[in-house]
Ligand binder design. Structure first.
Ligand code: C5P
Length: 288
């Protein structure tokens, strides 16, 4: 028997926010938000191999200590009394602390993979509850594609897929704390969610969807001037809409084609990390 036959390979895609509004603060300290989220073609790779213990290795040594993959695996094992282990390898391409949901996507892939590997047979609704315990963005990645998201991130309503759309992701290399950005947010920066709901309606009507608003941008820029500088530089060079993704600092520029994306990326400082990506219509991918 081939010793690698039981290895399962997954792609955990990044997301961008096409719109993000903070509606208000909740009694539990979190914020209610409305957002349109879009899965994109940039992805981390994960492999899962049966083992007696839980083992984890990662191409980024900074993530070996604490990360959402081991958190998801331990949560599943603990909650369902799993005695098997798993050898998990993570190859990171999505920058961490970037507003692209990389850790959340890795966690969602882990829930889906271990649900199969450990034969837990949990339905999607149970996985979604576990996902929300791990982090606010994790439930989205169980659905993926294009979706309208509400609550603190746990209500995910799929939207029709966009036609092929290209984006340039630009990251100035600062690691952002989502918690700090939310803490910096002022009530005057909350909004009713109308821009996001209008965008979701346009997508439902199969009308062209453009990047909309991000209610966290001002708080991000006050805390991280390098993020504002990045936003300004991208805006100066871009022909189309530009928006911060999530709590930042990654800036998203919508472009007409991959070629226009490559051109825009070439005009930016070399110290910036860039990726030219397109929208993805499906959820967590099992590539075995
Ligand atoms: O859920 P997650 O661990 O990703 O959130 C990180 C932090 O961001 C939370 O501890 C909270 O302070 C803040 N947050 C929030 N409202 C949300 C999501 C996150 O206040 N909807």
């Amino acid at each position: 028997m081939n010793a690698t036959a039981d290895i399962r390979l997954y792609q955990a895609h990044a997301k961008i926010n096409l719109s993000l509004e903070i509606v208000g603060r909740r009694p539990d300290g979190y914020h209610d938000l409305v957002s349109v989220m879009q899965e994109v073609s940039l992805f981390d790779s994960l492999s899962f191999e049966p083992a007696t213990e839980l083992e984890f290795s990662c191409s980024d040594p900074d993530l070996v200590g604490g990360n959402l993959v081991t958190q998801a695996a331990r949560l599943l094992a603990h909650r369902f009394g799993v005695t098997q282990g798993c050898c998990i390898q993570l190859h990171k391409r999505i920058p961490a602390g970037a507003g692209l949901g990389g850790g959340s996507s890795d966690a969602a892939a882990t829930l889906v993979a271990l649900n199969r590997l450990w034969d837990l047979q949990l339905p999607p609704s149970d996985l979604s509850v576990l996902a929300a315990e791990i982090g606010s963005d994790v439930p989205f990645f169980l659905t993926g594609g294009t979706a309208e998201v509400a609550g603190r991130g746990e209500y995910v309503c799929p939207l029709p897929s966009l036609p092929e759309t290209w984006y340039v992701l630009v990251n100035p290399g600062v690691h952002v704390s989502t918690r700090d950005v939310f803490a910096e947010l002022r009530p005057a920066e909350w909004s009713a969610g109308n821009a996001t709901r209008a965008l979701a309606e346009e997508i439902r009507d199969i009308r062209p969807a453009r990047l909309s608003v991000n209610g966290l941008s001002s708080a991000l820029f006050r805390l991280y001037p390098a993020a504002e500088e990045c936003f300004r530089r991208v805006s100066d060079q871009s022909q189309g809409r530009v928006m911060v993704s999530g709590s930042g600092p990654t800036v998203v520029a919508q472009v007409e084609s991959r070629r226009d994306g490559d051109r825009l990326a070439s005009l930016l400082p070399e110290s910036y990390w860039t990726a030219v990506v397109h929208n993805v219509a499906r959820g967590v991918g099992d590539s075995t």
